[in-house]
Design a protein around this ligand. Structure first.
Ligand code: TYC
Length: 108
């Protein structure tokens, strides 16, 4: 098995062929609040995260009852774009909905 390449320095000095390490992944998390309407959260989950109606409802209720919920797991740029999309939709409708991304520890 060829070695796994972790960074550009290793790549530059690696014999070919190489295997590239998978990119770090991030989970996008929705936070609960007392004011954002449930229907709006379901709409956001469908619009931004392409969830079907039942899954969107399930995630919204998980956030409502547990305080937070994972909407999806993405590479860094995709996760950041989705957080931005949620925050823009919430801001446009003047809801206090909060969304964040956090790194997932890579499995060894
Ligand atoms: N707790 C909100 C309410 O009762 C609903 C809600 C769900 C808000 C999920 C935010 O991320 C959220 N209207």
């Amino acid at each position: 098995m060829p070695p796994v390449i972790e960074n550009q320095h290793e790549l530059a000095h690696a014999p070919v062929p190489v295997r590239l390490a998978p990119p770090p992944m991030y989970q996008v998390v929705l936070l609960n609040d007392d004011y954002t309407p449930m229907d709006f959260v379901v709409h956001v989950l469908q619009q931004v995260f392409h969830k079907g109606g039942e899954e969107a409802e399930r995630i919204m209720l998980q956030v409502h009852h547990k305080g937070r919920g994972v909407c999806g797991i993405y590479t860094r740029d995709v996760a950041a774009t989705r957080v931005d999309a949620v925050m823009r939709l919430a801001h446009a409708d003047q809801h206090p909905l909060q969304c964040l991304m956090e790194p997932i520890p890579p499995s060894s």
